[in-house]
Design a protein around this ligand. Structure first.
Ligand SMILES: [Zn+2]
Length: 92
């Protein structure tokens, strides 16, 4: 992967739990990936832009089909803060 790829830190002891939801049925929606973590990990994350809101998509590789879940949606500034917190192991 590119050297700019990021990896998430291990969860800290005070790590807060995000809500992870089944992907919504919004297939008409155009989603753009703003940032992503390195996909060398079993679990990787993407910061996605959908309209004016952003959310984090979590993909877990399993023996079968990858399991995809989405966080709640936030305004860009809040979503970017969540993304940073995720990378530092403060939310998961
Ligand atoms: Zn990697």
């Amino acid at each position: 992967m590119a050297r700019t790829s990021s990896h998430v830190a291990a969860p800290r002891s005070h790590c807060e739990a995000l809500a992870w939801n089944a992907p919504g049925l919004r297939r008409w929606e155009r989603v753009r990936v703003v940032r992503r973590t390195c996909d060398c990990e079993t679990v990787f994350y993407e910061l996605c832009q959908a309209g004016s809101l952003r959310f984090i998509r979590r993909t877990m590789r399993t023996a079968g089909a990858p399991q995809v879940e989405e966080s709640d949606r936030w305004l860009a500034a809040e979503a970017d803060a969540m993304w940073t917190a995720l990378l530092f192991g403060l939310v998961r």
